[in-house]
Ligand binder design. Sequence first.
Ligand code: NAD
Length: 351
Amino acid sequence: MLDALTKQNVHFEIGGRHALGRILDDMGLSRAMILTTPEQCDAAHEIASIIGDHAAGIYSRATMHTPVEVTRDAIAHARDINADCVTAIGGGSTIGLGKAISLNTALPQISVPTTYAGSEATPILGQTENGIKTTLTAPKVRPAAVLYDAELVTSLPIAMSVTSGLNAIAHAAEGLYAKEATETTRDLAIDGMRSFADGLPKVVQDPKNVQAREDTLRGAWACGAVLGTVGMALHHKLCHALGGSFNLPHAETHAIILPHAIAFNEVVAKAELAPVAQIFGDTQAGSALWTFAKTLGAPMRLADLGLLETDLERAAQIATEKPYWNPREITKDAILRILKKAWAGEPPELT
Ligand code: NAD
């Protein structure tokens, strides 16, 4: 179906990878370069064998933070094998490589997401050059088509499923108080969070539960579409600063910061965040997310990601250097208080 909000062809089907050849035909494409990481080579080879003649080759060097050297190398490979499109099978890192290739070559992309990060639904690309990560927004980086096949997500380890799910919930939660929020984006955010509130505990209980994987993938789509449509605030900016300056892992950082950032903003956005509290079963959105994450066994302490207590002051400084819109005024002291709680794994401050 053509999604009205993102203008992408979105396919949901358990086992849907077997329809990829038809999707390529419908798009008039016949030579796909399949992108993946070294860890997901088997999945890429399976896709290649499914699409047969439509596979021009596999490029398996996708890596975190989309380094421009990898993008250049992948583009050279795409030219060598005369690819007419890229098919990214993987999480945000692999999809990021597909976006970077499209930006530079205009080759169309088809995403086959295998995490809940939601990059496939956005026109946003983060890439790294000389150790500096920058983010751009351009309509041409949004994949033309997205194929969600829940069977491909059953291999996502439980710990990554939990942190990736919380990463998706973060897009929806911040989308609720975004300046550009509409009834459509609020409904999507609520649907997305409900899918995870119901489905993520089932995934943790049985990662091979294909129906729970399908439900949570639908949640990932909804949350990703929110991320791709409205602006994000404190939570995403703080995670970006921590990832960029301290090399903290993406999904885990989101999982830990989320309850704290939401509790901070809840003081001024109680009504907007009421659905979060209601969906995750508490009177306060921040506490509800903290308990949900803890119950699922998510990482709770920045200390466990390798951030030193002596880094917190500098982190607060970096996170407040560039001003951005947030529903509540941000000060360095406030960020430092959030970071101290998140570093120690304590429940969020409710004032
Ligand atoms: P990831 O893509 O880095 O994947 C982490 C690891 O898990 C990789 O080794 C990957 O191959 C493996 N993996 C993925 N799916 C698997 C599966 N089903 N089974 C087994 N292994 C699997 O992780 P991510 O959290 O999806 O993506 C993080 C990156 O995406 C960050 O760089 C982040 O900035 C970016 N991102 C971008 C956007 C955007 O809109 N531009 C949105 C969200 C995330």
